[in-house]
Structures are given as structure tokens and as C-alpha cells.
Ligand binder design. Structure first.
Ligand SMILES: [Cu+2]
Length: 493
């Protein structure tokens, strides 16, 4: 069966018979019908046992909700305060923040504040000892918001084979921490979260094309693994924020405007590549951290967990599709119409000039201080075979390990991520930033991130200063990989 045929089949399995037909101006598969809503009525006015004392700065209610991806495509999920993405949390750097989370579901939940330096007890990771938000209960998260930049928040619950939990749901939102440094001059600021919906298990890997044969692949084993791959997670519907391409309001711009785009990949499963025909993205920050050498690029590659801040100079009047470069993902919804004033034509998509995403172009050639210790981390796949699930090894073992990852406070660590698998992995460190040192042999400096894509059979080296005492979770940000072994816990000696 061809991949495309399988995807059609995938649609049929998840979409129940409904009334309306979806009409999309941008070539979505025809005959898409409305899935049946799967939610119970919202209890919008129930009282909750909020923490005593003063009111929180923000309240997030975790509850079942409907998302209208298009007028005739309404899906059921679980979200924050009946919004997808959840409410924008925007604070000043150093501000003390209180957030009450009310859990109106039957399962414990964790909210992770991704990219923030917060103590383990409030970081939202069970493995670090954060207490859960109990089912039908509430919990106050309280911390000082730092560092400045584009952060985000999301469910950090293990999902395993339940594709209606954790990051498979609509539980994600933007968390902006405004610092003293202005991100530059701009006329408009937009927040765009990339997503898929109605995840299902699929024997094909939709996520990526085959590895580029020109890649150096320094970690490719001499003997290939012959065990057949297990089930991966795919999705038939895509969106930017809560709308599939063409269903929401266009991004309305005027010639000459500078638009600051805060791009977030809130997907549970897929790396995305997006372009805006006829325009370039001036990348100014990666994972919310200003880059030393901003550059204009034709496409942005962004993995689950990552953020990219870019300024687009609107200097090519027309009506354009900002979208995924893979036709199937874009035609299934991952796109947004960008409409200049006084332009009415049909939105245009053209593939970007062939180019590759390369973090290192945003860095410098500065030397790195000598680390106190180098820690090798080897990642391998135990292929699940037909009908099975792939499992993941970190240094030969699935999570949990026997406490072999230890930081000494104040120590400078060089972590060498060796990806001995045929998938790319976005690797995320909680509660810390790291600096990129090298990617597949290309040196760089000055790029601070909390999540880095290590390409198939590739290698990334990062430096991390252990200055945030407390248990610290490290994991692949693809939910399925994380749930099936791809995690490690660091502790401070
Ligand atoms: Cu992974």
C-alpha cells in the first residue's frame, strides 16, 4: 500500500459519518466529513477549591472541549480554559507568577513550564517529584518567571498508547516573558502554534522523508538494524493554532510592515518545515533566546517543543499561503493565508528554493570554555516489529536508569548526543538552557536552546552549566518516544 493510500484509509478510520462536507480552497482531500464530537457538557460554573488567600494571576481549567478546526470540522479534545492554544500568559522577566490549575478531568495532570528556570517541585514533571493536579481538584503553581523569551506550557502526562492524553490533546499554550531587550522593531506580533489532530497508530513514518544521503551521519552503525519498524503516530488533520488552512481569518498585512512571528511546534509527533512563498524569515531567536547572528532564511524547520521567533518583512504584495512544505500536511490543514491589503486573489503556494535548515548559521565561531566533564549519551531504537511499538534506549537502557547521570553544582558539562537511530529526535532538557557546540561536525557558538534536533544517525554536542539544583528531566520531545524509554533523569550530587 502506498503511503498516500494509507493516509486516505487513516482518514476513514477516524472520521465518523456526519452532515457537512468540508470545502477548502487549498486542495484538502474532498469528501471530508464531520467527526462526531466526543465530549461531555462543560461544567463552566463549577466552584473549585482554589488555594486560599489571594487570587492567582492566571487560572487554567483543564477540561474536555470542542475545537472548530473549520465550520464543518469539529473535534473533541482536552484543553486549557476552553481555548486552543490555551490563554496567552505574558509576564515581565523576574515577575512572581501564580497560576491556579483546575483539573476537570478524571485523571491526574501535570503542567510543564517549558524553557523556564523553575524548581523541580513546580516544573510539572512527575519524574522530578512535582505533585500532580489531582482529578477534579486543583493546584497552584507559583514561581519567578525567567529567563526572558518565548516559552510555553503544556501537559507533561505520560500517554503510552492512549492517544487522548498528554501532548496528544489540546493542552498547550504560549508563555511570553518580556525582558529588557526589545526583539527589534515590528508592526504586528503573531503567535502561531503548529499542530496535528486525531492521532492514530500507523505502520508508516509520515514524519520525515528518507535521510538525506549527503548527511554526514557520523553515528551510522556499520551493520544496519534489520528488524522492521514498529507503529508510529500519525494524524489526518493539521492546523495552525485552532484552524486548518483557509478556515480561519487570514493574517492581514500591509506592504512594508514587519511582522514578528512567534512560531511554536506544539505537535506530539512531527517535525515541521514551513515557508512563506516570496518572503524570507529573519530568524532572531531560537527557543526564545536571541541568536548571535540573525539570518534571513527561506524555510524554518521546527521540532516538537521548539520555538522560532522570526521577523518577516512584508515586501511582496499578494495573497500567500504560509504553510508546511510537505504537500500532504499543508493540504490537510497546516497553513495560514497571509493577505496584503487590497489583494483579493486566490492564495498562492509555491515551494521554497531548495535549502536546508542549519542551526549553526545563527551562531558564531567563538571558542568554548573547557568543560569539567564530558558525558556521552547514546540513543538507540529497539524496533517493535509489525504491530509492535518501538522502544528507546539511552546508554543501553530504557528509562528509568540507576541514577548514573549526576551533575555537580556549578559544573560545566559537555553532552555528546549520539543518535544511532534512523529517526531525528528533538532532545529537551528541563529547567536549563544549553549552548550548541557542534552539529554533525560543524562547530558553532552562542546558540542557547532547551530543545535540539539531532538528525537521523547524527550527532549534536552541547554545553550545559549545572546551575539549577534539583532533579532534571531529559527526554525526546516526541511523546511516543518519551513514553517508551527515551528519558533520563539528572540529579545534583
Ligand atoms: Cu524521539
Amino acid at each position: 500500500m502506498k503511503r498516500r493510500d494509507f493516509v486516505r484509509f487513516g482518514w476513514a478510520t477516524v472520521i465518523a459519518a456526519g452532515a457537512g462536507k468540508l470545502r477548502l480552497a487549498y486542495g484538502a482531500p474532498s469528501g471530508l466529513q464531520q467527526p462526531l464530537p466526543q465530549m461531555a457538557p462543560m461544567e463552566s460554573n463549577r466552584s473549585h477549591p482554589a488555594a486560599a488567600g489571594r487570587a492567582a494571576d492566571y487560572t487554567l481549567q483543564i477540561a474536555p472541549m470542542l475545537v472548530e478546526l473549520a465550520p464543518t470540522v469539529v473535534i473533541g479534545t482536552i484543553g486549557y480554559s476552553n481555548k486552543v492554544p490555551g490563554p496567552l500568559i505574558r509576564v515581565r522577566e523576574g515577575q512572581h507568577v501564580t497560576i491556579d490549575v483546575v483539573n476537570d478531568t478524571d485523571v491526574p495532570e501535570f503542567v510543564h513550564w517549558h524553557g523556564l528556570f523553575v524548581p523541580s517541585e513546580v516544573d510539572g514533571a512527575e519524574e522530578e517529584g512535582t505533585p500532580p493536579v489531582p482529578p477534579h481538584g486543583s493546584r497552584r503553581y507559583e514561581f519567578v518567571a525567567t529567563p526572558a523569551g518565548s516559552r510555553w506550557y503544556h501537559s507533561h502526562t505520560a500517554a503510552m498508547l492512549d492517544l487522548h492524553r498528554g501532548s496528544y490533546t489540546g493542552q498547550f499554550g504560549f508563555f511570553m516573558i518580556d525582558g529588557a531587550n526589545d526583539p527589534g522593531q515590528y508592526d504586528q506580533e503573531v503567535f502561531l502554534a503548529l499542530r496535528e489532530w486525531q492521532y492514530f497508530l500507523n505502520p508508516m513514518d509520515e514524519d520525515e522523508g528518507p535521510p538525506d544521503p549527503h548527511d554526514p551521519m557520523p553515528e551510522k552503525p556499520a551493520r544496519p538494524n534489520l528488524v522492521q519498524n514498529g507503529l508510529e503516530v500519525s494524524a489526518p488533520l493539521y492546523s495552525i493554532n485552532d484552524k486548518i488552512l483557509g478556515a480561519g481569518d487570514p493574517l492581514r498585512v500591509k506592504a512594508g510592515q514587519r511582522v514578528l512571528i512567534h512560531l511554536l511546534n506544539a505537535s506530539a509527533a512531527q517535525i515541521h518545515r514551513v515557508a512563506l512563498p516570496g518572503h524570507k524569515f529573519q530568524v532572531i531567536a531560537l527557543d526564545g533566546n536571541p541568536v548571535p547572528a540573525p539570518q534571513a532564511v527561506d524555510l524554518i524547520e521546527i521540532a516538537p517543543g521548539e520555538r522560532v521567533d522570526a521577523i518577516v518583512e512584508m515586501n511582496n504584495p499578494g495573497v500567500w499561503v504560509l504553510g508546511e512544505i510537505r504537500d500532504l500536511a499543508r493540504q490537510s490543514g497546516l497553513g495560514l493565508v497571509v493577505e496584503y491589503a487590497n489583494q483579493q486573489q486566490r492564495a498562492q503556494w509555491t515551494p521554497p528554493p531548495k535549502s536546508r535548515w542549519d542551526y549553526t548559521i545563527f551562531g558564531t565561531a567563538a571558542p568554548h570554555p573547557v568543560p569539567d566533564q564530558t558525558i556521552d549519551m547514546i540513543f538507540e531504537k529497539v524496533a517493535g516489529g509489525p504491530g509492535g511499538i518501538n522502544h528507546w534506549l539511552v546508554n543501553g537502557k530504557e528509562y528509568p536508569h540507576d541514577g548514573e547521570f549526576v551533575f555537580r553544582q556549578g559544573g560545566r558539562y559537555r553532552l555528546v548526543f549520539r543518535n544511532r537511530s534512523d529517526d531525528s529526535h528533538p532532545l529537551h532538557f528541563h529547567r536549563h538552557l544549553f549552548e550548541l557546540v557542534e552539529l554533525n561536525g560543524k562547530p558553532t557558538a552562542g546558540i542557547k536552546k532547551d530543545t535540539v534536533i539531532v538528525p537521523a544517525y547524527g550527532r549534536a554536542t552541547v554545553d550545559l552549566v549545572a546551575d539549577q539544583p534539583g532533579l532534571t528531566l531529559f527526554h525526546c520531545h516526541i511523546q511516543q518516544h518519551m513514553d517508551f524509554g527515551f528519558m533520563a533523569l539528572f540529579r545534583y550530587a
